[in-house]
Design a protein around this ligand. Structure first.
Ligand SMILES: [Mn+2]
Length: 328
């Protein structure tokens, strides 16, 4: 049987040669990084090896339906003691900032493997498995586990299903749908708990989240000349809703591509005073990762993001005027 990835053999050898393995869950953890890290960790544990999962931010309680999600440690990567470990595996990160949530992170001198799907990935490590065609790292890990002949049990299936469902926005964004739906079907046959995904990941928001989402949608405007929509929320307003997390992502994932004649959309949230967090989504013609790169962020052709510092109105204008020059 031919391998899906030539790197699979090398990765298996590295894992077999290691005893204590540390896996990274990226900043602002999402279902893809959490699910794919857990799935790979279950496999490594099945070989009788120790794993530790580290994330620079806290993992939301909603992930509790995934086995061992509550064991993921929240640590400062910059001061974390890597010395007990002999292998570092990073999933779903395209930059050291994403790995550590810090611009001062010095990577440890450990053998390091990166498994990622971001077009903007610029990390140089020993082994890099980058598949920019994969809609989620969960799909890459699935192919990797197949390549190395790993058994996919129900917990692994649930973790990988969660990863793929998260990044594809429940199978809406699938560049190669036949492959992705086939993998999803196989995972369901292995016992993936799709019902728990729905229960905890999509039907579990506080009312303040929904109201804040509604307010942000009310702010949405259409730029007919440059064919894009944008919605921006200042910090003062966000604060009145209790700063619910995930609002910008929900606007981006569900509504930025929903408007007739708009080619792409921008959601801007002043999540902290004078710090704006921006998500971009495209219907496919416009490559929004180049806009994100311009502002020091990254991502994919159809989904990207960045953050900038500055006064709210001034920063919003700066973002919009760049986009208008870019898309004209
Ligand atoms: Mn991802």
């Amino acid at each position: 049987m031919s391998l899906h990835y030539p790197e699979s053999k090398q990765i298996l050898e590295k894992i077999k040669g290691a005893q204590r393995i540390v896996l990274n869950v990226h900043r602002k953890p999402d279902p893809d990084t959490v699910g794919s890290s857990l799935a790979l960790s279950y496999y490594i544990q099945s070989l009788g090896k120790e794993t530790t999962l580290v994330c620079p931010n806290k993992i939301g309680e909603e992930y509790g339906f995934l086995k061992q999600a509550t064991k993921i440690k929240t640590v400062s990567l910059s001061t974390f003691d890597f010395s007990p470990y002999d292998l570092f595996i990073i999933l779903d990160s395209s930059s050291w900032h994403m790995v550590a949530d810090s611009h001062n992170f010095t990577p440890p001198s450990l053998p390091t493997i990166i498994i990622d799907h971001h077009k903007t990935n610029n990390l140089e490590v020993e082994i890099k498995l980058l598949d920019i065609k994969a809609p989620a790292v969960g799909e890459i890990v699935y192919n990797l586990l197949k390549d190395i002949g790993a058994d996919i049990d129900a917990d692994t299936a649930t973790a990988l299903f969660t990863a793929i469902a998260g990044d594809t926005v429940y199978f809406k964004h699938t560049p190669h749908p036949a492959q992705t739906f086939e993998i999803a079907t196989k995972l369901l046959e292995k016992g993936a708990r799709q019902d728990l995904y729905i229960q905890y990941m999509t039907s579990n928001h506080p009312l303040s989240f929904i109201k804040c989402l509604g307010k942000m949608l009310e702010h949405m405007e259409y730029d007919a000349e440059h064919k894009f929509v944008y919605a921006a929320m200042p910090f003062e307003e966000y604060e009145t809703y209790g700063k619910p997390s995930g609002v910008k992502d929900a606007v981006a994932n569900e509504f930025l591509q929903a408007v007739k004649d708009a080619e792409f959309g921008v959601a801007i949230l002043e999540g902290e005073k004078d710090r704006l967090f921006v998500s971009l989504r495209s219907k496919g013609k416009v490559d929004v990762s180049t806009i994100a790169l311009h502002f020091g962020g990254g991502g994919h052709k159809v989904a990207a993001g960045f953050s900038i510092k500055g006064e709210f109105m001034h920063s919003v204008e700066k973002i919009l005027s760049h986009i208008r020059t870019y898309n004209s």
